[in-house]
Design a protein around this ligand. Sequence first.
Ligand code: DPP
Ligand code: ZN
Length: 874
Amino acid sequence: PQEIRREDYKEPDFIVEKVELVFDLDRDVTNVKSRLFMAANPVRGTGKGDKVFLHGEDMKLLSVTLNETRLASSDFTVDQEGLRFKAPGQNFIAELETQISPANNTRLEGLYVSQSAFCTQCEAEGFRRITYFPDRPDVMATYKVTINANKESCPVLLSNGNLIDSGDLDDGRHFAVWEDPFPKPSYLFALVAGDLACVEDSFKTMSGRDVALRIFVEHGNEDRCDYAMDSLKRSMKWDEEVYGLEYDLDLFNIVAVSDFNMGAMENKSLNVFNAKFVLARPDTATDGDYERIESIVAHEYFHNWSGNRVTCRDWFQLSLKEGLTVFRDQEFSADQRSRPVQRIKDVNALRAAQFPEDAGPLAHPVRPDSYMEINNFYTATVYEKGAELIRMMHTLLGPDGYRKGIDLYFDRHDGQAVTCDDFAKAMEDANGIDFSQLKLWYSQAGTPKLSWQGDYDADAKQYRLTISQKTDPTPGQPDKQPLHMPISIGLLGADGSDLVAKTVELTEASQEFIFDGVTEAPVLSFNRGFSAPVNITTDQPDDELVFLMGNDSDAFNRWEAGQKYATRLMLSAIAAYEANGGDVEAAFADEQARVDAFIAAMRATLTNDDLDKAFRADALVLPGEAFLSEQRKPANPEAIYQVRTALRKRIGQALSDDFANTYHQNASNAAFTPDATSAGQRALRATALAYLVASGEDEFADVAVAQYGTADNMTDQMAALSVLNNLDHPGRETALADFEERFANDGVVLDKWFSLQAMSSRDDTLARIKDLMSHPAFTMRNPNKVRALIGAFAMGNPRHFHAKDGSGYAFYADRLIELDDINPQVAARLCAPLGKWAKYDADRADKMKAELNRILAKPEISRDLYEIASKSAA
Ligand code: DPP
Ligand code: ZN
């Protein structure tokens, strides 16, 4: 496959001003007629050639008609990529007739069937599987869409914009006509048709317009839409209040479907969602699910401005809309819930997914320079690191300066397809500043490493802080330049208060900052709130970390100090474990004093009632196995698992009275509500239960069994089930069997059951996964099922995935090979774990590479999987 390069961008020769589509829906043969009102692109000037190219893949082309004259087959050419013909003039009408087969579309790109409904997914390049079209985001057209379908099987017919006509046809069919007045790129086109239930509400915008809000779900799920609806209304209000952005149509639809490649899709006024991120009822969804629903509903809604009204010129600019929209949804969640807890969650996600990506074979800049398959670039780097880049702009400009920049951006570019440079320019122009160095974050891959050195001069009452930065080479980028970043710091006095709290701007490879009037030798709190997305290599003494854990006015850094301490402790224990031939007792033998001090600090956090419960729950969770393996080379998954498990056991034993108190004090008889405070209480209680069970005392496993049986909500049930999941306890099988029976017909909920078993630390896990593949509810054709069982194994069970005999790798590669023929996009997404071979010992690395090569040898490998596997094997 060919690489497409950013620097090769060319304006389109012809644009489409208006599209009229007529769909004759049928599962096996759907007929699509399209009328394109085309024009030579005025930006390129007129008379620059007459060659027209329309993208198109996997369709049957029935006819091509230009200005009402049907072309002979010798007048056009069709190949794998699309259709070419000669323009009959500067302005003309092209009419195309194509046939597609939605029921056979297992890639879930373009028009397909999910359960019994028809739906579409066009981002990034799915529209070219529906009809021939210049399927690129810089071609923006208005759409008029007519849908004809069987009235009984498809009573609901939806597309973008406003419904302008509908009625009955012959033969039990009916039709609807939708018109979207806002010009949009083809990736935002959507169509849904099926027998769906609808839940309705409304929202009054700031200018007083009433917007009808509708959520469409399968019949029987109407009582699981309340939270998504509530989240939508709060998102609409927040965007008005914080960004001054109002919704622009009279109707906003969300449709939940079971088969979906992504989380959700922001099609203009017709968002299509993975059902997993819509449906919630207290007995089916956990607090974590509620939280994700809230943030994804917000994310897709926010795209109406950051993505739809102003879109991307080309796909290299994907972060223009995604980085900005992730930042917006993160801030929304921070405002709705707890800001520090939200920041911890976002940083955890960044470190779990983006830092490893930036340190591995798939590292790429926020604005990539090339790709083979754009679907492979919906990455943590484009999304989450992109959001960090916007966050740094926000920090550097302050809220008012940021808002001035945003206002100018939307003012200047409304209705346009633009670039990341255009965004940065609006920020610069509105504030009269220069972001040229900051913009390196768009083009330079890799996570910067920062180190610092602090010196206190008591006589001068002066603190000097020297900060150095360095970014390691990444594929294709051997040399790195120093970046511009805001570093928020605090200098704490002995009583724990801030002597200094300030944000400095680092721009050089090494730079000194001087703070005057510092009346005592301070303790430094560095990179507060994770103001810059970097790794910090300087080790602070244990006692300073304990001090920060107990005193830092920045809650994020309180948490961070605990994480650092725990990481340090576990890394030295892992080294000792390996040096002692895998003896976990020996691992901590030389560390008793440090372990005790750490446990005392954990206890102080646990019992500090001034702290938010959700925060305490987070602060008590040790850094995960995946995070720890990023810190080790070679990483030994068995050692990491054993040491982390042993430390949890020690904490559980040492604090068992405190955890038991916490557990009992946080029981609640009140009916479940998903608000952040109640969720925090449940999280803290779940953490206590997990430590109690980790302590190894049987009585606590019985407590978990009892909790599973009596809980009236999914959060508490899952808390119990996930600790039982790793045990050899009769209660485990009973609870799993009960869960399976209750949710046998409930795909979204049953996925939790698949995932749990895939992530179990028990030795029979791989065998169990193989059995579960023939479970009646499992199918490789449903991405959620594949992610729940297969993906969870590779991403959430490092110990068994990296089993020394290579059984995990072989099983996994077999699944990717199988999946590639069904759904290449999802197969490619799941391939990354095999690409991390350079992090492991030679034996594991060889086995992982061998599996990558076996994948690459697959006949007719997709472009999607080929790109990831070949870059990973290199
Ligand atoms: N629907 C995906 C998202 O919102 C891709 N745009 O991020
Ligand atoms: Zn998005």
